[in-house]
Design a protein around this ligand. Structure first.
Ligand code: ATP
Length: 239
């Protein structure tokens, strides 16, 4: 089953072309990493998939439907911009968000899975950066989503939290979910993802696996990434 489909998608903000002629399909059970330099269009792609913005041209399909209201109950998301009600307790918030989904998981189970049981009675404002990220994952998981869209989900996490995070995310894939996540961490992409997409200046410049990107063996992933995205020549001032 195709979970995500983008066909010839363009998104412009005035003069800025955030995405250009993007074509991609993600199948059920995949864990897809989206890599790209700052401003490449990763967040814009997530916002399109969530129905938060509309494409300037092209078509976007999520779980066979147009993004937005009709599929909202089947998609879980972690966005960089997510604001949280700071005075609500962790348990209340997970329970509250769960109520808006047709087949919500048990609040206690979700807190246990995201290692937040000991923080359940705390207000959101008292959480550390990594705990806040785990809460965002809990909120993304509580609706038992078929698709998880995670925008730089582990950015604030320490090594142990990252490991727990991906164990839980993988468990949801074992239960039938599909994950698309953005990251700047090439090692994370290589170890976690079954497929790697590289976006540069709004265009898809690679759709492959981390192994295939480096299969010649004479370059490491970072070098391949910099070459694909032309960041090396920009950094060296010879673009
Ligand atoms: P980062 O790695 O820095 O998070 P990104 O790959 O997620 O970057 P986007 O946030 O999708 O990149 O931005 C793509 C381009 O679109 C950038 O040039 C950005 O400035 C522009 N852009 C994004 N949202 C808007 C908006 N609401 N209005 C105007 N320009 C926007």
């Amino acid at each position: 089953m195709t979970v995500v489909e983008m066909h010839d998608v363009q998104k412009a903000y005035g003069e800025v072309r955030a995405l250009e002629h993007l074509d991609l399909a993600v199948e059920r059970g995949e864990i897809v990493a989206v890599l790209g330099p700052n401003g490449a269009g990763k967040t814009t792609a997530f916002e399109l998939l969530l129905g938060l913005v509309r494409p300037t041209a092209g078509t976007v399909t999520v779980l066979g439907e147009p993004p937005g209201r009709r599929v909202r109950g089947r998609v879980g998301a972690m966005l960089q911009s997510a604001g949280l009600p700071e005075q609500t307790t962790v348990r209340e918030l997970v329970r509250l968000v769960g109520r808006s989904y047709p087949q919500a998981l048990d609040t206690g189970d979700v807190l246990a899975r995201t290692a937040l049981t000991k923080r359940a009675a705390r207000t959101v404002t008292t959480l550390s950066g990594g705990e806040r990220q785990r809460l965002l994952l809990a909120l993304a998981l509580v609706g038992a989503p078929e698709l998880l869209l995670l925008d730089e989900p582990t950015a604030a996490m320490d090594v142990a939290s990252r490991r727990t995070f991906w164990e839980q995310a993988r468990a949801s894939v074992d239960d039938g979910a599909t994950i698309v996540f953005a990251t700047h961490d090439l090692t994370e992409a290589a170890t976690v993802a079954t497929r790697v997409l590289v976006i540069s200046q709004g265009r898809l410049v690679a759709d492959t696996t981390a192994d295939a990107l480096t299969h010649h063996g004479d370059e490491d992933l970072e070098e391949v990434f910099l070459t694909l995205t032309h960041e090396r020549s920009v950094a060296e001032g010879d673009d």
